[in-house]
Each structure stands twice: as structure tokens, then as C-alpha cells.
Design a protein around this ligand. Structure first.
Ligand SMILES: [Zn+2]
Length: 493
């Protein structure tokens, strides 16, 4: 119970830092408030302050803060590997980093330190971390914009924020790592967390807000073994009396009214829906899996039979040529009669998926950091597979020349295996993957085939990203990393 009490005390001490007016001014200077306010005004329905909060959440995640599982090397920017914890130095201690993670560079071997700062002011500069840093810095920025905030500690190792909505007269759950607002059941229903204590701290009070975050109050209650419920209620009440004895009477009355309203809200058990059912998004897949926060269905191996087959049109048969290409930037397939494929022309099929015969655990990845787009396998799977089918059908023609351009990119020990499957069902491996087309002589005289790729290998957390198909910069609107040209001949002749 002493440990519990000291956590409560330090939670209260922590949020006091948000009241520093100079630091608040510094935080405000970093927020593009005019831009966010005008965006907020354009949001249709909600209250303007509530809308601004949503804009802040989205700006914070997209433009301001970065997630950091393991930092890049300070010296050469290469990948690092964890090598345990170290003691903080003086400068790190000054910014309340009681824990410092150490990383060794995989390239130059030097050591990079990742101090876990608790000082919200330094986080305005470092702008990186995990949920602790994210919630701390976001809460501080909201406070600087004159929102009433709570810093919320979940005893099962997560941290987020609550912001008071004057319009709705209640506290809104905000998770800056996930850019989620008002989805309190997402941890229990989506991430599969076994919640116990969730305590919120603001400058004026402590609140046990556990019940907002659970639809299974009995289960949660059975896990609360750190202290008696009675002790907790009494202790929180006592601490709140201490804090509020310094507040004016009308403010205390407001806080008490809110408490009564909040307790009523906690008694109404709601069922999770929509977004709340999803697994965690922030952090690498391995990190999330270790924490068991992937959600129920995130690891799957599902073969999807799309069944699309490319067949020549009457015009293409007459011309003796059929050409299909795909642009990941437009996410569309095009058909053409000549060399000039223009994305301005109407796409033949919209979406990579719609043009497939089948696929297993592959998706189209848009990397906003690097502004790249490509197909890769789903996180957490070992193999992804994808197949396109071509069939000349009943026409009296067969392939005389097949030119295939299928570019793939690999990193580390990632692999992409290209093959063709001819009607007898055997897969013949073909050395595709280049950015140039090659002639596949195995297809001469054939009428139907499948083109297949398997994505496998890769190292570590991001193994799934180490084998990619069609990697293209998002700015490259005229790039076609996939082009299939089939020239026909009369098979009767
Ligand atoms: Zn290095």
C-alpha cells in the first residue's frame, strides 16, 4: 500500500509541472494553432473546442511526435540493437530520466542512449518516445492551450490523457499514440488488456477512472489486489481534500458536481463497438505481440480467392497483343494497345486486389515517412503469396512471346520468389524482380498461366517489410513496376 500511495503522490506531483506559465508559452509557440483552428471550424457538427482537440490529436501524431521502439544510431543513423539499461547522467537526471535504455549500433558499433524523459518541457524538443512520452507531452500541450487535462496511468503499463469537454460536460478519453478520442473500451475489447487500476491525475484531483475503460467490471474488480477498495476510496478522498482545501469554494463545488456525474457515467456499462475492437497500432509488431496487444485477429493466414483472370479482348486478339500494367501510386491496372501507357487514361481495374487470382497475407503499404508505396506481406506472417492469372481462352491463339516486368525489392535477408504456373500445376521459378522486362520462353506456345510471387524472409521486427513488390515513390505517377506483354500467334497454323 505504501507503493500504491507513493504512485498516487508522484502522479499528482507530475501534473503540477503542466502549470508552469513560461513553459506553457513555449509549448503554444510550437502548435500551428491558426491552421488547426481553421480546420476545426470546418469539421461539421461538434463544438469548436472539441473539434480543435481532434485536430490536435491528429497533428500531434502525424507531424509532431515520433514513436520510438529503438532509436537510430546517434552517429551514423543506422539501426541499433538493445543492450540493456544504464544509469542516467546528470543532464538526463535534470530532465527526470530515471531510466536510460542503451543501444548498440549494428553498423559503427557505437552506443546510443535513449533516456526516458518525464520532463514535459524536454519532450517538446526530443519529440520521440513511447506511450509515456506521448501522453505526457500531449497532456502538456493541451494544458498550454487551456484545456483541463488529466494524465491517466493504467497499471497494466499504458498511459494516456483525458480532456474535459465543456460542451459535453464530461471527460473525454484521448490516446495520442493511437490518435483516438472517446474510445475508452479499446484497450479491453481491442487490445485484449486485463485491466486493473486506471487512475487519473489533474492539478485539482485524483480520480479512479477504471470503470470508464471496462465493460467487465466484475472481472476487473477480481484483479484489483494491491489494496482494499475501501483503502483506495479513503486515500483518494483524503488526498483530494488536501488539494482542494487550497481552492476557492465555487471551484470545489464544480469539481464535486463533476464527480457525481462521472460516477453515474461509470455505472452505465456500454458495449465496445467499431474502432474499439481493433488491436494496437503504435509500436512495432514484435513489441506489440510481446505485450499481447495485437488484438484477436491480427495474426492470420488467410488465402483469399479473388478469381480474376486477364483475357484478351476482341481488339487485342485482332492486334495480336495484350498488355497489362499496374501502378501502385494510382493503385490501378491499365490495359494498352501500344507503348504509351498514360495514367490519365481510364484505369482498367481499380485496386491491386481486384486484378488478382488469389493472394495470402499481402497488403498495399503506403509509407508516409519515406513517401513510398509497395505491396508487402502482412505484419507477423512468415510468407505472403500473390498470383495473377492470364488466359487466352477459347480463341485459336497461343503465346509466341511473353515479356514480363515485375520489379521487386529486398532488404536484409528478405526474398521474393517469382514463378509461373502452367496448366499442369507445376511452378517454374523465373528470375524476375528486375526493373527491366525479360522474355519468358517457358510460356511460348501456352494458352494460360499464372504468374506468382512469394514474399518471405527478412529480419527482426520489420521482417515483413524486407521483401516488397513494386516499390515506387508516391511522387512517381508514371511508374509501372509491373508490365505484362503477351504477343499471340495463331495456334492453328
Ligand atoms: Zn552507428
Amino acid at each position: 500500500m505504501t507503493a500504491f500511495l507513493s504512485r498516487l503522490r508522484s502522479g499528482l506531483a507530475h501534473v503540477k509541472q503542466y502549470e508552469d506559465l513560461l513553459l506553457q508559452a513555449k509549448a503554444r509557440s510550437l502548435v500551428p494553432i491558426d491552421l488547426l483552428s481553421s480546420k476545426a471550424k470546418n469539421r461539421s457538427k461538434a463544438d469548436e473546442r472539441d473539434s480543435l482537440l481532434l485536430e490536435l490529436l491528429s497533428w500531434f501524431k502525424r507531424d509532431f511526435f515520433r514513436w520510438c521502439d529503438s532509436p537510430k544510431c546517434d552517429f551514423c543513423n543506422a539501426k541499433t540493437l538493445p543492450r540493456g539499461m544504464g544509469p542516467p547522467n546528470e543532464q538526463e537526471l535534470r530532465h527526470q530520466a530515471s531510466r536510460v535504455e542503451l543501444y548498440a549500433c549494428t553498423t559503427c558499433g557505437r552506443e546510443t542512449r535513449f533516456p526516458r524523459y518525464n520532463d514535459p518541457a524536454i519532450l517538446l524538443e526530443t519529440r520521440r518516445g513511447r506511450c509515456g512520452e506521448w501522453a505526457n507531452c500531449f497532456a502538456f500541450i493541451c494544458r498550454a492551450l487551456d484545456y483541463e487535462v488529466r494524465h491517466v496511468l493504467d497499471w497494466t503499463d499504458h498511459v494516456w490523457v483525458e480532456v474535459y469537454s465543456e460542451a459535453q460536460q464530461r471527460w473525454l478519453h484521448c490516446d495520442p499514440c493511437e490518435n483516438k478520442c472517446n474510445k475508452p473500451l479499446m484497450y479491453e475489447a481491442g487490445w485484449g488488456k486485463k485491466l486493473s487500476y486506471i487512475i487519473a491525475f489533474s492539478k485539482d484531483e485524483i480520480a479512479d477512472v477504471t470503470w470508464r475503460y471496462s465493460a467487465k467490471h466484475d472481472e476487473v474488480r477480481s484483479r484489483r489486489k494491491e489494496c482494499s477498495e475501501e483503502w483506495l476510496v479513503r486515500t483518494i478522498h483524503h488526498l483530494n481534500q488536501q488539494i482542494q482545501s487550497r481552492l476557492p469554494g465555487d471551484r470545489v463545488a464544480v469539481l464535486q458536481q463533476r464527480t457525481v456525474k462521472e460516477l453515474t457515467e461509470f455505472l452505465t456499462v456500454r458495449l465496445a463497438d467499431g474502432d474499439e475492437l481493433q488491436g494496437r497500432e503504435s509500436g512495432s509488431e514484435a513489441w506489440r505481440r510481446e505485450r499481447g496487444e495485437l488484438g484477436k485477429e491480427s495474426i492470420r493466414s488467410t488465402k483469399s480467392q479473388v478469381g480474376y483472370v486477364f483475357t484478351p479482348s476482341q481488339d487485342e486478339l485482332t492486334n495480336g497483343l495484350m498488355a497489362v500494367c499496374y501502378s501502385p501510386v494510382h493503385d490501378a491496372y491499365y490495359r494498352c494497345m501500344s507503348d504509351d501507357i498514360l495514367p490519365e487514361s481510364a484505369p482498367y481495374i481499380r485496386s491491386w486486389r481486384e486484378g488478382l487470382f488469389d493472394y495470402t497475407d499481402v497488403f498495399l503499404k503506403e509509407e508516409s515517412d519515406w513517401e513510398m508505396v509497395y505491396l508487402s506481406r502482412v505484419e507477423g506472417t512468415d510468407v505472403g503469396e500473390i498470383g495473377w492469372k492470364f488466359d487466352l481462352g477459347g480463341a485459336d491463339v497461343s503465346i509466341s512471346c511473353a515479356l514480363l516486368k515485375c520489379s521487386s525489392t529486398t532488404y536484409e535477408n528478405g526474398k521474393v520468389e517469382w514463378s509461373i504456373r502452367i496448366s499442369d500445376g507445376k511452378d517454374v521459378s523465373i528470375p524476375l524482380g528486375d526493373s527491366d522486362a525479360i522474355e519468358v520462353t517457358e510460356l511460348q506456345g501456352k494458352k494460360t498461366f499464372e504468374l506468382r510471387a512469394r514474399l518471405l524472409g527478412g529480419r527482426g521486427d520489420v521482417a515483413w517489410q524486407h521483401s516488397q513488390l513494386f516499390r515506387t515513390p508516391l511522387s512517381n505517377k508514371n511508374g509501372f513496376p509491373f508490365e505484362i506483354t503477351l504477343i499471340f500467334e495463331d495456334s492453328g497454323a
